[in-house]
Structure formats: C-alpha cells, structure tokens
Design a binder for this molecule. Sequence first.
Ligand SMILES: [Zn+2]
Ligand SMILES: [Zn+2]
Length: 144
Amino acid sequence: MTDDLHSEVEDRLRRVDQRYTGGRRAIVGVLESAGHPVSIDEISAHLPDLPRSSAYRHLLDLQTAGVVRRVAANDEFSRFELAEDLTEHHHHFLCTNCGQVSDIMPSPALERTITEQLDRLAEAQGFEPHSHRVDVLGICASCQ
Ligand SMILES: [Zn+2]
Ligand SMILES: [Zn+2]
C-alpha cells in the first residue's frame, strides 16, 4: 500500500509540475502513519529538521496537487490529512475549544440515509453530487 501511495502522490505532483521531494515525502509519511488529521505542531514534532515554514509550504503544494486535505473547526486550528480518495471515506468530530479532530467511520445505515436525502435535494436543483463531507463541530470529552 505504501509504495502505491507514494507513486500515486508522485503522479499527482507531476500533474501540477511539482516534484516529490524528500520533505514532501516525509510529510506524506507522517500523515500516513498518524492515521488521524495532524497539526503543523505534530508534523514538526515528527520532523524536527524540517523548518515549519517549509512544512507549511509543502502542505499547500500537496493540497494543490489533491494529495492533502485541510480539516479545521476554524482558521485557528488547521489539521491536515491525506485526501479521501487515497484513504477511506469518513467524517470528523472537531473540538471548537482545543482544535482536536477525530475521524469517525459512519455506519452503512448513516451513509445510506445521508446519500438518499442529499440525492433527493440535489435532484430538485438539477445538481449532480459526487461526494459529501460531514464535519461535526462541538466540544471534546477532555474540554468539557
Ligand atoms: Zn477539545
Ligand atoms: Zn459520509
């Protein structure tokens, strides 16, 4: 899976005329092994030799290439994860107090309900839905 992931990331970067440099590779490695959306602080903790400004720039380039997606309760708390088409469809709980983000795996029943309801609304507007994102804002257990 890892080799597939890295070659797919390389392809996507090439499409936007970017190279898969060591720094970018290291960041993708952190996102892959973390298994949850990570902040710049967490990335820096894993990659102490990579300046934060470079890490941030790499993340923006990876976003442009469609490799990384930003997840955030608000502008103050950015987290980053691999794009869903490289991982698996899921939803998020986001704490508006501390910024913590957790992945939640929706049950097939929930997915079915969401899809059916949204398809009906979309059809009424002649809109063609491809996917959805559900970010639930609230207060995490440790902040309560
Ligand atoms: Zn919290
Ligand atoms: Zn869903």
